[in-house]
Design a protein around this ligand. Structure first.
Ligand code: 26W
Length: 833
């Protein structure tokens, strides 16, 4: 396009950040992009108009950023993830562009209720939980730090299901988030790659007798790009997230059309487009599901071809690939990329195997997010053979060469060969994706100190010995933009009023709050902010669930996926124990509590769903008991998602982080809650340990067995019955649950839960930690009664959260793994803003 034409388009609309320009733009967008006038416009129309006006302010920055990466030929970082749990975008973009104030004022002057408009936007919930939200925080930090970072993933038509609670049980509803259109994405119909599946491999020698491989007779699907701008905070940089959507190939249809089989053609078109239809809502097992494997390869294949297309604009060989491209694998989900890059280099570009392997391993790095054996991905060889036959051959060749080295290192040790092999040969042959990821990467990282240590000592100990220094730790973090400055304006403003706003980009500045913990007037203001946030949550609970809770009570919050290892049940045992104490001694003094749960269970995880029902049944009884409910309320907040987190976290007094030590890789909710002034009650697990290290042991409530003690207890033969018999309060709580006290209409309803603990060995040691947890909760209550002291501790929690900014995390990835540097984009197109 001719420059003057481009310019005239820019001039057509003023895209300034002042109140008048915003008002003008909103009116323009409503008229010319939405096609409505102020009389007929709905809140949704106003949301879309607002989104377009914000988007218009991102585009020049975005194009400047992409252009300057190109012109400067920078090293790019590609974050490969099956999940990006972005939440809402409108206010995050406004906030990162730095025109919050003006935006609010403009809408106000136009008589538009910002809350109504803001809440129209559906969450982009393309993720399950921690791993997906981490990816979203990382995108924010990469843009904020001016790093050339790109997100690559799948544009699921249906994200994480919406959870409704019907008769106390979870019911899943499809998340049709694209129904009204997505104003943040730009379809790129010209960015289209062919992705092959199935078929067979033929081998033929070239004129020199070297074997070449052709993958033929495949079923093909097209991957089409959708781009979303990712603005950094307080910088010109706007990065890109590219998500792929499946489209049927034309050949596909033609073939059947020619046979006159119209219906079959359309059916098959649907089948191939199903690939990007839905996010798998299970964060522990999706094993063996062919569609999931196809999703993984689909996005990996398109992304790699896209990256190499970009790389090849400047170069004619692949020697510099590791200097220009870093690919981070978010867990093993995209690990098939290692085999795919080998296929591209060896089969399509005829590089030597050794050369290709050197390039590949220097390009990839892998983050492990879990030690849980059931969450370590494996695929049967049979499935691979059928879906990705050439990749199977490549994986076998990678394995053959690797095991040769292993045997050379440990001659005669067949055990180690069996353990380290990519192929698990015990039972039906399976491919261990974690082994492929470790062997094919130059760095492997865990997400908290204890997690990395355990990785090195347990599941990957052979690899740590074989590749010393390859496994490193980079502790997770969260973006302070969304999780404090945006989600908790009141607290953010208070902090800024005392130490300025530099903390938003440099969280270490929060340390300057430390002396203010001793300042009574600051404590008063801090307490008033928390009080206001609690009152807002009280109103929300009333409005959404018609439940009355008091802002005077201690808000005790556990929000995360429902999993046995996270031990929501231990929290439940505490609730039942408190309830019994009140019933047995109604006139004693109690610290009143509101225990709030939120979280989704995987649709097929029967026990987790039963735990949700148990919480709701207990809530029913406790909240309707006139005596008990004066001191104790139980709430299950339905449909916990990013937006719900933003509403709940500011209001929490107590953050429950009570996983069995050694099971939670890191946790990131723990960081969000502490950053918002909640005190943690937790085990020595995941990042809790490091949070304790930062805030000091007086400002955190730690209980329970350590990871070492857990291992020891299990090794000695753990007997949950011993604890049952030894502790009358524990016994009473379990007996009530097991015998139907909370489910009189169906007394056996919760027997499976009690059986898991008593009959089936209590895998997660709830009974062993019960007494210690009760004692610790007592200490919490004592501390809560000393209001001044509690506020002091809360301030010190906020002040000492510096380490947990995802900016710190990303800087460590950049220097220790990616060797990537920031590039500050400058305005290069039409001058704006
Ligand atoms: C097989 C499918 C599947 C899907 C997701 C397996 C495993 C997962 C993830 C491991 C689930 C996850 O979100 N893990 C969490 O990652 C966070 C970010 O590093 C950590 O803070 C959490 O402790 C970890 O559970």
């Amino acid at each position: 396009m001719d420059d003057s034409l481009q310019k005239s388009i820019f001039e057509h609309e003023k895209i300034g950040l002042d109140v008048d320009s915003i008002k003008q733009s909103l009116a323009n967008c409503l008229t010319y992009s939405v096609g409505k006038d102020t009389i007929t416009a709905t809140d949704r129309d106003r949301f879309f108009a607002a989104a377009y006006l914000v988007r218009n302010r991102l585009i020049d920055r975005w194009m400047d950023t992409m252009r300057s990466y190109y012109i400067n030929d920078v090293k790019r970082v590609y974050y490969f993830s099956l999940e990006f749990l972005m939440g809402r975008t409108l206010m995050n973009s406004v906030h990162n562009l730095g025109f919050d104030q003006q935006f609010r004022e403009a809408l106000n002057e136009l008589g538009i209720n910002l809350d109504n408009v803001r809440e129209i936007e559906p969450d982009a919930a393309l993720g399950n939980g921690g791993l997906g939200r981490l990816a979203a925080c990382f995108l924010d930090s990469m843009a904020t730090l001016d790093l050339p970072g790109y997100g690559y993933g799948i544009r699921y038509e249906y994200g994480m299901f919406a959870q409704r609670i019907e008769d106390g049980r979870q019911v899943e509803h499809p998340d049709n988030w694209l129904r009204y259109g997505n104003p943040w994405e730009f379809p790129r119909p010209e960015v289209l790659y062919q992705v092959k599946f199935h078929g067979r491999v033929v081998q033929y020698p070239d004129e020199k007798g070297v074997a070449h491989y052709h993958w033929i007779d495949t079923d093909d699907v097209m991957a089409m790009a959708f781009d979303t701008p990712i603005p950094g905070y307080g910088t010109h940089t706007v990065n890109n997230m590219r998500l792929w959507s499946a489209k049927a190939t034309r050949d596909f249809e033609l073939h059947y059309f020619n046979e006159g089989n119209y219906v079959k053609a359309v059916e098959d078109k649907n089948a191939s487009e199903n690939l990007s239809k839905v996010l798998y809502p299970d964060d522990t097992t999706t094993m063996g599901r062919e569609l999931r494997l196809k999703q993984q390869y689909f996005f990996v294949c398109a992304s790699l071809h896209d990256i190499l297309y970009r790389y090849n604009k400047y170069r004619s060989n692949f020697d510099a690939l590791p200097d220009k491209v870093a690919i981070q694998l978010n867990d093993t989900h995209p690990a098939i990329a290692i085999a795919e890059l080998m296929r591209i280099l060896v089969d399509l570009h005829h590089l030597d195997w050794e050369k290709a392997w050197d390039i590949t391993t220097r390009t990839f790095a892998y983050t492990n997010h879990t030690l849980m054996p059931e969450a370590l991905e494996t695929w049967t060889v049979a499935l691979f053979e059928n879906v990705l036959p050439r990749h199977l051959q490549i994986i076998y060749e990678i394995n053959r060469r690797f095991l040769k080295d292993v045997m050379h290192r440990y001659p005669g040790d067949t055990g180690i060969v069996r353990r380290m092999s990519i192929i698990d040969e015990g039972g039906e042959k399976r491919i261990r994706m974690a082994h492929l990821a470790i062997i094919g990467s130059h760095k492997v990282n865990g997400v908290a100190q204890i997690h990395t240590e355990l990785m090195k000592q347990t599941i990957f100990s052979d690899f740590d010995r074989f590749f010393p220094g390859k496994i490193i730790n980079i502790t997770n973090g969260i973006t302070p933009r969304r999780w404090l400055n945006q989600a908790n304006r009141r607290l953010a403003d208070l902090i800024t009023s005392r130490i300025g706003s530099g903390w938003v980009k440099d969280l270490s500045q929060l340390k300057r709050l430390i002396p203010l913990a001793d300042d009574a007037s600051f404590r008063r203001e801090f307490a008033a902010v928390k009080r206001g946030d609690k009152e807002r949550l009280v109103a929300l609970l009333k409005q959404k669930l018609n439940i009355d809770v008091s802002a005077d009570s201690l808000f005790d919050v556990q929000i995360k996926r429902i999993h046995e290892y996270k031990r929501q049940l231990l929290n439940v045992l505490h609730v039942v124990t408190l309830y019994n104490r009140i019933r047995n001694n109604p006139d004693a003094k109690y610290v009143s509590r509101t225990v709030i749960f939120g979280g989704k269970a995987a649709p097929g995880y029967v026990k987790a769903k039963l735990i949700i029902k148990l919480i709701n049944d207990i809530a029913d009884i406790v909240n309707n008991d006139p005596q008990a409910s004066r001191h104790l309320k139980v709430v299950f907040m339905p449909n916990y998602d990013v937006s719900a987190a933003e509403e709940m976290i500011p209001a929490a007094d107590l953050s429950e982080q009570i996983s069995t030590a050694g099971t939670e890789a890191s946790g990131t909710g723990n960081m969000k809650l502490a950053l918002n002034g909640a005190l943690t009650i937790g085990t020595l697990d995941g990042a809790n340990i490091e949070i304790g290290g930062e805030v000091g042991e007086d400002n955190i409530f730690i209980f329970g067995l350590t990871a070492a003690q857990v291992a020891e207890t299990k090794a000695k033969g753990y007997q949950p019955w011993d604890f049952y018999h030894a502790n009358p309060e524990l016994r009473a709580a379990l007996d009530m649950i097991g015998s139907g006290f909370f489910s009189p209409e169906e007394p056996d309803r919760f027997k499976p839960i009690v059986d898991t603990l008593l009959q089936h060995g209590d895998q997660y040691l709830l009974l062993a930690d019960y007494a210690s947890y009760m004692d610790c909760q007592k200490k919490v209550e004592v501390a809560y009664q000393d209001e001044e002291e509690w506020v002091r501790k809360a301030i010190l929690n906020v002040a000492n959260m510096s380490k947990f900014s995802s900016d710190r995390t990303i800087m460590q990835y950049a220097s220790q793994i990616w060797d990537a540097e920031p590039l500050t984009a400058r305005s290069m197109g039409a001058e704006i803003g």
